[in-house]
Design a protein around this ligand. Sequence first.
Ligand code: 5GP
Ligand code: ZN
Length: 125
Amino acid sequence: MGSGTQSAQELSAQTDCIFCKIIAGDFNTDFVYQDDYVVAFDDISPQKPVHTLIVPRQHVVNLEDNPDPELLARLFSAASKVAAIKGVAGTGYRIVQNNGKGAGQTVFHLHVHLLGGDPFTENIV
Ligand code: 5GP
Ligand code: ZN
């Protein structure tokens, strides 16, 4: 992006990708937080009392898609703001980010899950 023209990949992403559609406003999704680079909205199938997705506006598949490090920093920075907005800052929350089918990624537009609101009883790391 930035050149004023869109690649076939970018156009395809906007057509096929559910998160690109959400970001475009196609479903009138409520954004918990948004800025020029990132949007955040609640997961449709929450696994915790607080389960919010932080998503770059740019269509990037996952960490194997060579995302701009600055964009990754913006995602994490936004996540800490979302934690405060959702009232879990200071109570403990978890960030999860799946890369690839084998890790459980089901939407192939980079995102981090912010999970919290009650205690975590299981640790996988
Ligand atoms: P992944 O498994 O790729 O790490 O996470 C994708 C997440 O997106 C899942 O937790 C799933 O519940 C959520 N999700 C899938 N489709 C939609 C949708 O249309 N709206 C919202 N808000 N969340 C969605
Ligand atoms: Zn997308």
